[in-house]
Write a protein that binds this ligand. Structure first.
Ligand SMILES: [Zn+2]
Length: 650
């Protein structure tokens, strides 16, 4: 089925309903934003809450980890109940000493479900009256106040955001709100520390700088240049006040589920990152294109902006008639509305839903004139394909041929990872020159009007690695980028296999393995920058370094596959998906599973595997390569290998 944008006010036909909901036929936009629908939506939210709480409780301890423990005060009378002290939720999910986006995330609650009620005028690139997000959260302590991340304004007055919060309610009652600066995580003086040094920008920990600030940074710089020589120019500046602190009319008891509605208007925009690139809401000629890693979801909506904050989502995007809204999950319905004061030519509400939780940087919600088609694969996965119609026809045709490979790529990658974790998959190709493609959950973004096959293997692999099993913190990004880059190595090996006779021939299989060995050896031989930065400890400036965040971890996984054996390596991947799917994973948890699938379980081999991980993931070597690089590799690879002549490690 193909939806093509057009300028008529008449209904887009037919309305697609994959999951019949109680919206009723032909609701007006006002009704959609009104009380009736809220009731039906909230019922859906409550039912998903029960499931989510049960599964998240097993797999996501981190999201609540920085919440202060519930405190019982004073002498407890023998007959009376203990007094419960309520306090403000933490303004960060970072931990003491973090230098990667230590300002992001919020404690004291767990994100459960978010309704995005977007009302967006594409011609002016503005959110209009009625635009809001409705966040359902569960308190993990008794809360006097709690916070969200929202970069409503920016020093970049052209492409940056310029939004205004009109009102905030908690459980339907007006709540007071203010914007405050972040404090460095773990500040013993509290998150409103009066010391200005507790609120400073830096690449490094401690801040250092001209005032020799010995404290950790409270936020990462928003650089306007990618030049290495300028990476420290903002160190010591004051962090912007991007923490939206909300004080409900009365404290929220621990364990309670509560709903916050933030109504806001104005222009969404891009965030300037610690490496000088931008991400977020990119203006296109016909709307906005959303691609946001690592932190710029907060440049178009308030949220709990941390990878482990993973609510489920519904999107109700009301846009001018003829425009298309593309979000995560499944397209539920397209509802037209007649002309009104905000949309002279009528409008359309696009409802997308994701029953799977979505990490903060993987929320997709782009608006424009797009072709949108869908088909359902044999295993029931719905595949969406979207392209901006302003891309030249010949280019669209080329793009489409590559997009059509997604189902086959998904099958290929399932051989390693196990079943695809979501009910839908998709690709959106937009026009803005965003400098990266991104693995938005079930809706991969390609920028600049073009798509490439190898990169599609990479982004599609992320659906398992990063999306379904999310990194527990920013410094774990290497874990999922290494696996996504491994998918590109698999693709190169697949081409060699096909050239040598295909997967059913011995020559083809041998060519696949030989290609992986060759790719490892090439990377290992490099004297470049892969070795002088630890993948698990980047600065904001080196966070997305090809060499340390992508290539070195990729090579480590090839070596690990040699150490465990291909079948055991796949089993480990699939076990990680089973245990941590829908949640997140830290480095120790990751390594434990690989340990369990090592064929030689001797103490000496276990120790050697520990050393392997330390060398490949956690060690910064002096420059130059040679002996200044990991000294444990794998069987059949260049370097010292892993096992001794008899298959042991002593
Ligand atoms: Zn990636």
């Amino acid at each position: 089925m193909t939806f093509r944008a057009h300028s008529e006010v008449s209904p887009l036909k037919p309305v697609v309903v994959h999951r019949p909901r109680s919206e009723g036929p032909r609701l007006t936009r006002e009704t959609i934003r009104g009380a009736l629908l809220r009731v039906s939506v909230r019922v859906a939210v409550v039912s998903s809450l029960v499931v989510l709480t049960a599964s998240v409780g097993l797999a996501t301890p981190v999201s609540a980890s920085s919440a202060p423990a519930r405190t019982v005060l004073g002498t407890v009378a023998s007959t009376g109940p203990a007094a419960v002290v309520c306090s403000a939720g933490a303004h960060t999910l970072g931990t003491l000493g973090d230098r990667l986006y230590p300002d992001t995330g919020n404690g004291g609650y767990r994100s459960v479900h978010t309704n995005v009620d977007m009302v967006y005028a594409a011609a002016t690139n503005l959110f209009l009256a009625g635009n809001n997000v409705e966040l359902t959260d569960q308190a993990t302590q008794c809360l006097t106040s709690f916070s969200l991340d929202f970069e409503r304004t920016s020093a970049d007055t052209v492409a940056g955001p310029n939004m205004t919060v009109g009102s905030v309610t908690v459980d339907g009652k007006p709540a007071s709100f203010s914007f405050v600066q972040p404090t460095y995580p773990g500040d013993p003086a509290g998150q409103n520390d009066p010391n200005p040094a507790a609120h400073e920008v830096s690449q490094t920990d401690p801040v250092g700088g001209p005032k020799d600030n010995p404290l950790p940074p409270a936020c990462s710089p928003e650089l306007t240049s990618t030049k290495a020589s300028l990476q420290n120019v903002q160190n010591g500046d004051q962090c912007p006040a991007n923490k939206l602190v909300i004080t409900p009319s009365k404290p929220i008891p621990s364990g309670a589920t509560f709903t916050t509605v933030v109504s806001y208007t104005g222009r969404p925009g891009v965030h300037h990152d610690g490496d000088g690139t931008t991400e977020g809401w990119f203006r296109s000629s016909d709307g906005g294109f959303v691609t946001t890693e690592p932190v710029a979801s907060e440049d178009w909506m308030p949220l709990n902006d941390f990878p482990t904050g993973k609510p489920t989502y519904d999107f109700y995007d009301t846009v001018g008639a003829g425009l298309t809204a593309i979000a995560n999950g499944i397209l539920v319905s397209i509802t037209p509305h007649p002309a009104d004061s905000e949309f002279a030519d009528g409008s359309t509400t696009w409802h997308w839903t994701s029953a799977a939780p979505i990490a903060s940087y993987l929320v997709e919600d782009s608006i424009g004139y797009y072709t949108l088609s869908e088909h359902t694969g044999p295993t029931g996965i719905v595949f969406y394909e979207a392209q901006d119609i302003s891309i030249p026809a010949a280019k669209q045709k080329k793009n489409l041929a590559i997009m059509n490979d997604q189902e086959e790529i998904t099958d290929f990658e399932s051989q390693f990872n196990g079943p695809y974790p979501f009910t839908s998959a998709g690709i959106i190709i937009g026009t803005p020159p965003a400098s990266f493609e991104e693995e938005m959950q079930t809706m991969i973004t390609f920028a600049g009007g073009a798509i490439g096959t190898s990169v599609l293997y990479h982004e599609n692999m992320h659906q398992w690695w990063g999306d379904n099993v999310t990194e527990s913190a920013y410094n774990m990004t290497f874990y999922k980028e290494g696996l996504a880059t491994l998918a590109q190595a698999f693709y190169t090996a697949l081409l060699a296999e096909n050239a040598a006779g295909g997967p059913s021939s011995a020559a083809g299989k041998a060519a696949f393995e030989a290609s992986l060995v060759r790719q490892f050896d090439q990377r290992y031989a490099s004297a470049g920058s892969a070795w002088d930065g630890a993948p698990s400890n980047p600065t904001p400036y080196t966070y997305f370094s090809d060499a340390t965040t992508y290539e070195r971890p990729m090579a480590a996984y090839i070596a690990l596959r040699q150490i465990l054996g291909a079948a055991n390596f796949d089993s480990a991947l699939q076990e990680i998906q089973r245990i941590y799917g829908g949640g997140n994973i830290d480095e120790a948890q990751l390594e434990v599973v690989f340990h369990q699938w090592m064929p030689n379980q001797s103490d000496s081999c276990s120790q050697r595997l520990d050393d392997f991980f330390t060398q490949w993931f956690d060690t910064a070597y002096p420059k130059g390569g040679g002996t200044n690089r990991p000294q444990i590799t794998g069987p059949g690879l260049d370097g010292p290998g892993f096992y001794n002549a008899t298959g042991g490690c002593s």
